[in-house]
Design a binder for this molecule. Structure first.
Ligand code: KG4
Ligand code: ZN
Length: 339
């Protein structure tokens, strides 16, 4: 089976070609120009996707020995994401499917992340615990099989990636914050500040707004007498990262004591974080579970995970009308999470 995947939910245009779960091409064009605005500008994002999608498709085919006619299935992200951005990839995918008379599978972006571990050589085994850590979502899931996912916890306020981005902005490091916070944290002392780890009623839920406010208060404290030094920035970054990572580790640790699972998977943009990756591997060793964390290119937004999820639906015999639309947030009925 040859699958073409298209991802355009936010600020990455990506096109992938898969032969079953084997990635033949996974091209990602990141819209770095948003940096100057401190965040993603939706209209500019849509225009950039429009400019990028056709050249990327051409480059993806040039990178393989395949031609457009070899494609068996076409899939594209339908949501959640920025509506204008989503519409570019989705409409392009649907039009291509219509003209080529091929099946089209609209894919939920979060489901793409959840199953991204299956792009790796060593795959998760069902049932597995999945920690989804991205710019828009923080979820702890029990994945029983391809189409049965139990949501154990979610964030009650900010997502973890959002917290990295906001703290980065507060200390003047820029956007996207995750990699910059990680870089500064490497020079800092994580014990400099004792930032709180968010708690909520459901033991598996997450909260990042208290942590963000505590960081802001500390910055304001320092700035009453002096400007933030590079050392202050590094120490804040390290102490923040420690608390942010600890919240994820605590939830996975608790779930490991309650549920019989075979693997642990860590996915989403924040899964690129070195400290989080290292701690998850250590936890897996402690509980003797295999830990699957995608390579960095498959942690952030990418079309390979969209193509793979599209293939899973197609193989399961699920069909979708070309009238399927884009959606900005998670609709309950298209994300098979039962609480
Ligand atoms: O999954 P993703 O690419 O997009 C969404 O679906 O949201 O995640 C993007 C998020 C951003 O918040 C970015 O700051 C964060 O992932 N991120 C990181 C790292 N690399 C990217 N956060 C922490 N450490 C990193 N190394
Ligand atoms: Zn994502």
């Amino acid at each position: 089976m040859i699958v073409l995947g298209i991802e355009s939910s936010c600020d990455e245009t990506s096109v992938a070609i898969l032969e079953n779960d084997n990635v033949k091409a996974n091209l990602i064009s990141s819209q770095h120009f948003h940096k100057q605005y401190g965040g993603v500008i939706p209209e500019l994002s849509s225009r950039a996707h429009l400019q990028q999608v056709i050249p990327l498709i051409k480059s993806a085919f040039s990178a393989t020995n395949l031609e457009l006619n070899d494609i068996d299935v076409i899939s594209a992200t339908a949501g959640p994401g920025l509506i204008g951005a989503l519409l570019v990839g989705l409409t392009f995918g649907k039009s291509l499917a219509l003209s080529m008379k091929k099946p089209f599978v609209p894919v939920n972006h979060i489901e793409g992340h959840i199953f991204s571990g299956f792009l790796m050589q060593e795959k998760p085994e069902y049932p597995f615990l999945c920690s989804v850590v991205s710019g828009g979502h923080t979820l702890l899931l029990l994945v029983k099989n391809e189409f049965e996912i139990l949501r154990l916890g979610t964030t009650i306020d900010d997502a973890i990636g959002e917290a990295f981005d906001k703290v980065s902005k507060m200390i003047g490091l820029g956007y996207p914050g995750g990699p910059l916070i990680q870089k500064y944290a490497e020079q800092g002392n994580e014990k400099s500040y004792s930032f709180p780890i968010g708690k909520s009623k459901n033991k598996y839920d997450f909260s990042y707004s208290g942590l963000k406010t505590a960081v802001l208060r500390e910055i304001q404290n320092i700035e009453t007498t002096e400007n933030l030094s590079e050392t202050d920035k590094s120490n804040i970054a390290a102490s923040f990262q420690k608390a942010a990572v600890e919240a994820i580790m605590r939830s996975v640790n608790l779930a490991l004591q309650e549920f019989e699972i075979k693997s642990i998977s860590l996915v989403g943009g924040v899964a690129a974080n070195k400290q989080l990756r290292n701690e998850m591997v250590l936890l897996g060793k402690k509980y003797k579970k295999n830990v699957v964390i995608p390579d960095i290119e498959f942690c952030g937004d990418n079309a390979a995970m969209i193509a793979l999820r599209g293939l899973q639906y197609h193989k399961a015999g699920k069909t979708f009308p070309l009238s399927s639309n884009a959606y900005p947030s998670l609709p309950k009925d298209s994300f098979m999470v039962t609480e």
